[in-house]
Design a protein around this ligand. Structure first.
Ligand SMILES: [Zn+2]
Length: 199
């Protein structure tokens, strides 16, 4: 199997960066899996691969996905009646009774973001799509999209301060379908990837 020129396989099946020798939480794609383009954050080299099973909070910051994976065609425009509906649902599913499912407080936040669906083995399954973040906490977010969440996981890119984009892997823990092809997704964060050196 071919590897990109900057990737070197090491004995446990993970990829080591040829430029800076960082052992990355990436491996070659298996048959039927779509490999992604990543950036080694030790040196900025491009690497082709799939996130490996030992991706974790310590190793995820060593890499990020290439910007092309979040290059959604257009910004999602959500009609005001859909926004009103989602706000009602968000309000009704949260406190006051203290049964908040997320570990930290949600704040209402309107933020355009871009996402891709992934299988639970972190292989990519969709092209990028736009979404509108409607609430955000330390551990997760709620958003609206027009893409039906047909898989368990998602990679999402946000620019909360308008400057540096952050990429987060998350699990889709709930979704509601609305008319007009809109979906509201609840996402729990799994890992935050590193920040690109190219920004
Ligand atoms: Zn490197």
């Amino acid at each position: 199997m071919a590897t990109s020129t900057t990737a070197k396989l090491v004995s446990d099946g993970n990829i080591e960066c040829r430029q800076c020798s960082a052992r990355l939480p990436l491996r070659l794609s298996s048959p039927g899996q779509t490999a992604a383009l990543w950036e080694c954050l030790g040196c900025g080299s491009p690497i082709v691969g799939v996130a490996s099973a030992d991706l974790c909070a310590e190793t995820a910051p060593l890499v990020c996905l290439a910007p092309v994976h979040f290059d959604a065609q257009e910004i999602l425009e959500v009609p005001s009646n859909v926004l009103t509906l989602t706000e009602r649902i968000t309000l009704h599913s949260g406190p006051p009774s203290g049964n908040e499912r997320r570990r930290s407080r949600r704040v209402t936040r309107r933020l355009h973001a871009s996402a891709i669906l992934m299988q639970n083995d972190y292989s990519l399954v969709s092209d990028p799509f736009s979404c509108l973040v409607i609430d955000l906490s330390e551990n997760g977010l709620g958003c609206i999209s027009q893409r039906e969440p047909t898989s368990s996981d998602v990679a999402i890119q946000l620019t909360p301060n308008g400057l540096q984009s952050i990429q987060i892997f998350g699990r889709i823990v709930r979704f509601n379908a609305f008319g007009g092809g809109f979906y509201q997704l609840g996402i729990d964060f799994s890992f935050r990837l590193g920040n690109s050196r190219r920004q």
